[in-house]
Write a new protein. Structure first.
Length: 196
């Protein structure tokens, strides 16, 4: 037999003496629930508390991470104004912002554009304490996926060796900037010894 709970979140009896204990994050919510549980407002408060709990539990994860900004002061100022970093190191994971491969000149070969982007990503990986062998995921956004994938793959092979990371290539309508052809985003994982 299951007894009615004394509080919506804390069962008083469930087949014996099993009793759930509130988590600290719910302390204030439980006080409000105990006063409001019999009203519709109380049920709404309870629903809001349950929905917000994951967000409250995750609050500050980015503030605890290492933020990697550009070494170039002008570029760092630009990125700060827009609101993004070159990379974020959170625990043993490194998340690089997308780097746009662009043609410096209208007739520049795609390979040169991709090589420049890979050099830039390599520098960011090094500043984050990882290297190309630590890359576990690549996402590339292409303005012409079928026409660009071969050139990108040839350049990628110069930087990334087997075993290969996961790679998702996505066709897009356009990128920031007039000459952008592909944006490349990376995720890397620090080796176990380096993560400690």
């Amino acid at each position: 037999m299951i007894a009615m709970p004394s509080s919506p979140l804390i069962p008083s009896e469930v087949e014996g003496s099993c009793r759930a204990q509130p988590r600290p994050i719910f302390s204030a919510a439980l006080e409000g629930v105990s006063r409001l549980r019999s009203t519709r407002a109380g049920l709404g408060f309870l629903a809001l508390t349950v929905m917000l709990a994951p967000a409250l539990a995750q609050a500050g994860a980015r503030q605890e991470a290492t933020v990697i900004m550009p070494e170039n002061p002008r570029q760092a100022e630009h990125q700060d104004e827009i609101g993004y970093a070159d990379a974020i190191v959170a625990g043993d994971m490194v998340y690089l912002s997308g780097v746009i491969a662009f043609r410096a000149k209208p007739d520049e070969a795609m390979g040169a554009s991709y090589d420049r982007a890979f050099r830039q990503m390599g520098a960011t990986l090094r500043r984050a304490g990882v290297g190309w062998d630590d890359v576990v995921d690549i996402t590339s956004y292409h303005t012409d996926a079928n026409g660009q994938i071969g050139a990108l793959a040839r350049v990628k092979k110069r930087y990334i060796r087997a075993p290969h990371p996961a790679w998702t290539a996505v066709q897009v309508a356009g990128l920031l900037g007039e000459r952008g052809i592909t944006e490349i985003k990376l995720v890397a994982r620090k080796p176990a010894a380096a993560a400690q």
